[in-house]
Design a binder for this molecule. Structure first.
Ligand code: BGC
Length: 758
């Protein structure tokens, strides 16, 4: 439908009809307006498959939904560092939406992993905003290529579940712009999601659902978002304020309560009707975009998607450690230990919970492949215990095998939407089991099923660790193929694994006090903090091993010096020098060598996943623009590059840098400082323009000072050069009045300030 036709339709609607359209008809549908032939459309969770509910609706994943395919969760897919792969997953989900007549899938979820404790980390992509943005955009483009929409969520700064509907995420603007916003910004700019879902929480005191700065000024004004904003389910506090702020659709239905408030506000003159019209227009644009692209006849081959899910899982799992136990060689006998081998945990709890049409465990997959293995339960997930008999049985199985594989991880109750974790440990019974098995067989491998980092007190005692994350319903196929070397691990961590929880930068403040959650670590989230503090971590951001080895060479940086509005090309070669075909995630980090603002040592600004046959070499090229070098300058409310040298590092992880070079970037933006009588000499003297203007005054003051010092030799001895310089540097302009021995009268300072600002 043309824009003009939608406008004409709105002109025919009554105020009540328009207000009504601004909230859901029920839990999952928009409202229909039968009189005008406006249809209702359905939306559904998301993000890694469909949770389409029929009759009993809820947002907690309590009631059943249709049988669907559960793909790996975002904690896993981000670790693929592979845009094409997540794009493929998006296309498959988009196509199943067509089959199920869903207009929008509620995802991707892109909130930043500020702490390993966030109960919903399994559903989020990364601690790094660049990676999260790139992967989100690829997912959105994939889904939307099928003619259905997405709802990127939860906008914004929703990095904890604790008090999620009332807490205020208090962060300074630079932190929001550099860490918590870019995933949304990139997705909007590169993929234009049909909808954005605002978060439950407040941001610096104002609910996201009524935050005009967030929903209108930044999202639409600066980034150019064209779709509609939907509330998270139940995120509306003041509906009228929300309409004015740019929240178009309230979900789920408020039973007419908030619709009435909108009508009253318009009638009483408190709300301009143009805001209601705008919200309706945005909603109808999307409703008709879906209706006109609907293809209900689209087939849904769930078996094919099951295999796709296995393939995706295989490319996400991260080989964290390997002293040679993996891959399990032919002729070697394996012992699979732990209930997750038979009944894997492959998805998280809450609104993303999918009713999988089938599940393939590692035991199923190993049987199907005819692998030589035994299985013992090891621990009981439901009671979260391991009896002495179970452990003894596991030890016996481990002793009788060449390789013991413990399938460990977090039971559902340990992490879920709705609440945060209170610690970072595995169940105590599983740690005990791993220790006992490792003692019995040095070739012990641990396979982890978890949505967020865990402490590994046994790390030095086991031979290998495979991080399977929450790998979707076909998780077992991927695990067995990787364990036995049919496939080569190629996932890289999208988050740092700290040694212990208290190492995490948000540790002191996470969760907040009452409703105030202060993001005091600022931009130093994840590796940005660990690298700056030079701290040891268990596994660094970007880390991931392979059964082959990659060699990096021939770094070329297109120019030694660029202006900040120019692009820089970075090229390098990667060669597979091992025996097995494999993939790696080539990572590019940028660091500002010297800066007047506090900046991380390195930040991810590019990545490419490449496949190499043994002996094969490929050239990888990155193009960097201004954003790769910039920080967000709160003074000018814009991205800014300070003139200077930047490091360009190429690595296999943030701590495994293989090549590095530098480039000088020259700023083309002159920031004109505003001076006052409180401005100190250090700042003034570092600005050549200001120095020129102030020189006559300085000369005069210096003259007066030397005259004064001639009279007191004792004073000269007491004041070293360093001290004198520091005193001068840190002195405000107004200090001239007091320290010039009467040479500078007070009203002259006003003139100096005026001259400086001229
Ligand atoms: C979640 C959203 C979800 C919605 C609908 C909310 O509780 O935060 O991510 O899309 O419910 O189920």
């Amino acid at each position: 439908m043309q824009k003009s036709e939608i406008k004409a339709l709105i002109a025919k609607m009554t105020l009540e009809e328009k207000a009504g359209l601004c909230s859901g008809g029920d839990f999952w549908h928009t409202k229909a307006v039968e009189r005008l032939g406006i249809p209702a459309v359905m939306v559904s969770d998301g993000p890694h498959g469909l949770r389409k509910q029929d009759l009993k609706a809820d947002h907690l994943g309590v009631n059943d939904s249709i049988k669907a395919v559960c793909m790996p969760a975002a904690c896993a897919t981000a670790a693929s560092f592979d845009r094409d792969l997540i794009g493929k997953m998006g296309r498959s989900i988009g196509s199943s939406c067509q089959h199920e007549q869903l207009s929008v899938v509620l995802g991707p979820a892109v909130n930043i992993k500020r702490s390993p404790l966030c109960g919903r980390n399994f559903e989020y992509l990364s601690e790094d905003p660049y990676l999260a943005g790139e992967m989100a955009a690829a997912y959105i483009n994939g889904v939307q290529s099928q003619g259905v929409g997405t709802s990127i969520k939860h906008f914004a700064a929703n990095s904890q579940e604790h008090r999620r509907m009332s807490s205020s995420s208090n962060a300074d603007e630079r932190t929001l712009r550099e860490i918590y916003f870019p995933a949304f910004e990139t997705a909007v700019k590169k993929a234009q999601p049909w909808t954005v879902m605002c978060s439950y929480n407040r941001i610096n005191g104002t609910y996201a659902s009524e935050n005009k700065w967030l929903l209108t000024d930044v999202l639409r004004g600066e980034w150019g978002f064209e779709g509609f904003v939907v509330s998270d389910w139940g995120a509306v506090s003041d509906r009228v304020k929300g309409v004015e702020a740019g929240l178009d659709l309230e979900m789920p239905s408020s039973g007419g309560y908030n619709d009435k408030r909108i009508v009253e506000a318009v009638r009483s003159g408190r709300l301009d009707e143009k805001y209601v019209d705008l919200a309706v227009e945005r909603i109808l644009n999307i409703v008709y975009r879906y209706v006109e692209n609907a293809k209900p006849e689209t087939p849904w081959d769930k078996e094919a998607d099951h295999l796709l899910s296995a393939k995706i899982a295989e490319e996400c799992m991260v080989l964290l450690k390997n002293n040679g136990a993996l891959p399990i060689k032919s002729g070697e006998k394996a012992a699979f230990i732990g209930e997750f081998a038979e009944r894997p945990r492959f998805q998280g709890g809450g609104s993303s919970h999918i009713n999988s049409f089938k599940v393939t465990s590692a035991v199923d997959a190993a049987k199907a492949e005819g692998r030589d293995f035994t299985y013992v339960k090891g621990y009981d997930v439901s009671s979260d215990t391991a009896t002495d008999e179970m452990i003894a049985e596991a030890v016996k199985a481990a002793k009788e095998a060449d390789v013991a594989v413990v399938f460990a991880g977090l039971p559902d109750s340990y992490e879920s939407e709705g609440y945060d974790r209170s610690h970072m440990r595995l169940p105590e019974c599983q740690n005990r089991l791993i220790e006992a098995v490792a003692e019995a067989n040095p070739n012990t491998v641990v396979v982890l099923h978890n949505g967020s980092p865990v402490e590994m007190p046994w790390i030095d005692k086991v031979n290998a660790v495979l991080e399977a994350y929450l790998g979707g319903q076909a998780v077992g196929i991927a695990e067995v193929d990787l364990l036995f070397g049919k496939a080569n691990p190629c996932g890289h961590l999208a988050e740092s694994f700290p040694i212990k929880l208290s190492d995490n930068p948000s540790y002191l403040y996470y969760g907040g006090e009452g409703n105030e959650a202060d993001y005091r670590e600022g931009v130093f989230v994840g590796y940005r903090y660990y690298d700056k503090k030079e701290m040891a971590v268990l596994f660094p951001f970007g880390h991931g091993l392979s059964y082959t080895r990659f060699e990096y060479s021939d770094l070329e940086i297109s120019k030694p010096e660029i202006a900040d509005n120019e692009e820089l090309r970075v090229r390098l070669k990667v060669k597979n020098v091992g025996e097995m075909a494999g993939k790696t995630a080539v990572q590019l980090y940028v660091g500002d060598k010297k800066s007047t603002v506090m900046r991380p040592v390195r930040e991810l600004k590019g990545f490419e996943k490449i496949h190499l046959e043994p002996g094969e070499e490929k050239t990888v090229e990155f193009v960097l623009d201004k954003r790769a070098f910039a920080y967000y300058n709160v003074g000018i409310h814009d991205w800014h590059v300070e003139t200077g040298e930047f490091t360009i590092e190429i690595g296999e992880s943030s701590r495994d840098i293989r090549l590095s070079g530098t480039v000088k970037v020259n700023s083309t933006v002159k920031i004109k400082p505003r001076y006052t009588a409180d401005s100190i000499f250090m700042d003034i003297m570092s600005d050549p323009d200001a120095v020129r203007k102030i020189e006559p005054f300085i000369k005069k003051m210096r003259g007066d000072q030397s005259a004064a010092s001639e009279t007191s030799e004792a004073a000269a001895e007491a004041v070293t050069d360093d001290m004198g310089n520091a005193m001068f540097n840190y002195m405000p302009l107004r200090g001239l009045v007091m320290f010039s021995g009467g040479g500078v009268p007070g009203d002259l300072i006003d003139k100096v300030v005026e001259t400086l600002n001229s």
